[in-house]
Structures are given as C-alpha cells and as structure tokens.
Design a protein around this ligand. Structure first.
Ligand SMILES: Nc1ncnc2c1ncn2[C@@H]1O[C@H](COP(=O)(O)OP(=O)(O)OP(=O)(O)O)[C@@H](O)[C@H]1O
Length: 255
C-alpha cells in the first residue's frame, strides 16, 4: 500500500459572493511510497498550494480522495483532525513559522507538548535530531537571535520530532540565501536517506533537482513526472529545466 494515495482530486473555489468559480485542481492522481522524496512543481497559479493544503487536510477537495496509509482524510472527524495532523504529518514552511516568544527548543517541543508527552521523552527525542541538524548549541536562543538557515533547521527539527509518516514542505528554501539553501537541501537528503518521506512544493529547479521524483502540475492535472534514478543533480536540473520549458510553452499533456 502506498503511504499517500491521491485519487482524482478536484478543487473548485467559489468566490465569496457566489458568482465566480475557479477550478484550481481538475483531476490530480498520484501516489507516494514510504521513503520517497517528491518535489511538486508548476507555474504560479497551477494549484500547488491548493494541493498541499488538501494533502495536509487543511482544506477539503471538491471531489476525489486522499488516503494516508489507507486512511481516507475525508472521513476523519473535525475534532480529531488536529491530533491526526500532529501524529502523522510534519510541516516545513517558507517563512519558518516559529513563535518568536519561545526558544528554538520550546518551538521544537511544541507539537509534543500539545500531544501531552513527558518532558523526559521530549528531551531524549530532541538530542539526536538537534545533533543531526547542527543546532544543539542554539537550542536556548530565540528565533530572532539566529539566521534564516538556522531557523529553518529548527523548523525541520520541529517537523521531525513527532516522527511523522510524511513531511510536507512548502517552498522551504524560498527565504534562504544560496548557501543556506544548499545546507537545507543536503539536510532534506540526509533525513530522506534515514527513511523519512518528504513531499515538497517548490519553484526552485535547484531544490527540485535534489528530490528523487518531480511531479509537474499543469491545468490542474499531473502533466509529467521525472524520476531521478541514477542522474546527478546537474543532469536532473537540466531535465527539469527542459520540462518546464515544455510546460510554459504549451506542450500537450504527457504524463
Ligand atoms: N481561496 C481561494 N479562493 C478562490 N480562488 C483561489 C483561492 N485560493 C487559490 N485560488 C485560485 O486557485 C488557483 C490555484 O492557486 P494556488 O495558490 O493553489 O496556486 P500555486 O500553484 O500554489 O501558485 P503560486 O506558485 O503562485 O503559489 C489560482 O487560480 C488561484 O487564484
């Protein structure tokens, strides 16, 4: 069974006064196996954020289904949703979403505090993660005292600490300089090598070229997929660029 199964997902937004309808996703189907690292690309407005919100169960599709480990997200009751998200999903955002009034350590602990975990367990979980992410010495600092790259590493630690089935990342390198981007992408590869499944939405060819598979969305559908296989990051970069050229110059659907 795939870890994530997206079946014929459709999303129509109806504007507040009822008049206009926007079809953000027409018919999206794909699955992600445990241990994969998948990037989702597409032009601005192609529906990437909409898709990510649906995968995160933050929004409901107008049609179709999303299954996480066989669980239909549409069948989870509203009052159980926050706990389901906390137990199964980790989130990494472009703008880090750390709370400025908490130290990095308390930010990282937050999802465990919300799940009622004991302090000793939280301490034992954080140590190896902070070590791997190179932030052990920064844990007592506040977000405004550290760099963007360090904030993003704390955000990754917060995502990992619940041992989620799946990490969903929305443009995680979007606010980082090129050196921090390289570090972040290296970390994503390292945590994926440890078995963590990652789905990342990105505009960045560089970021996508480090993933093991890239899905391209166009006109609300999966237009094409690229598998990294044995390609180097440079070769993958070139293939992605070529695909984006076809995508933006109006190629036919060729998944
Ligand atoms: N709440 C909303 N109400 C109405 N239309 C919306 C809403 N959110 C998104 N849309 C529309 O749905 C389409 C897809 O938007 P979405 O934000 O998912 O695209 P995107 O690929 O993430 O874009 P970007 O790369 O610019 O972030 C767009 O046409 C957008 O205008």
């Amino acid at each position: 069974m795939a870890l994530l199964d997206v079946k014929n997902v459709k999303k129509i937004y109806t504007t507040r006064f009822g008049g206009n309808q926007v079809e953000a996703l027409h018919n999206v189907s794909f699955s992600v196996e445990a241990g994969e690292y998948v990037a989702i690309m597409g032009e601005s407005g192609s529906g990437k954020t909409t898709l990510l919100n649906i995968l995160a169960a933050l929004d409901k599709p107008t049609g179709g289904k999303v299954y996480l480990k066989g669980n239909d997200l549409g069948k989870i009751r509203e009052k159980e949703m926050a706990a389901f998200r906390r137990q199964n999903l980790g989130f990494v955002f472009q703008d880090f979403n750390l709370l400025d009034t908490l130290t990095l350590k308390d930010n990282i602990f937050l999802p465990l505090v919300l799940s009622g975990k004991k302090y000793t367990e939280m301490e034992s979980r954080i140590a190896p993660i902070a070590e791997q992410l190179g932030i052990s010495k920064l844990l007592n600092k506040y977000p405004y005292e550290v760099s963007g790259g360090q904030k993003q590493r704390a955000a990754i630690a917060r995502a990992l600490i619940t041992q989620p089935q799946l990490i969903l990342a929305d443009e995680p390198s979007g606010a980082l300089d090129s050196r921090s981007t390289d570090e972040l992408l290296g970390l994503f590869n390292a945590i994926n090598d440890n078995g963590q499944t990652i789905v990342m939405v990105t505009h960045s060819v560089k970021a996508a070229s480090t993933a093991k598979r890239v899905l391209f969305i166009k006109d609300g559908e999966v237009f094409h997929q690229l598998y990294r296989g044995n390609l180097t990051s440079d070769e993958m970069y070139q293939k992605i660029t070529d695909t984006l050229t076809v995508l933006t110059t109006g190629g036919e659907h060729r998944e």
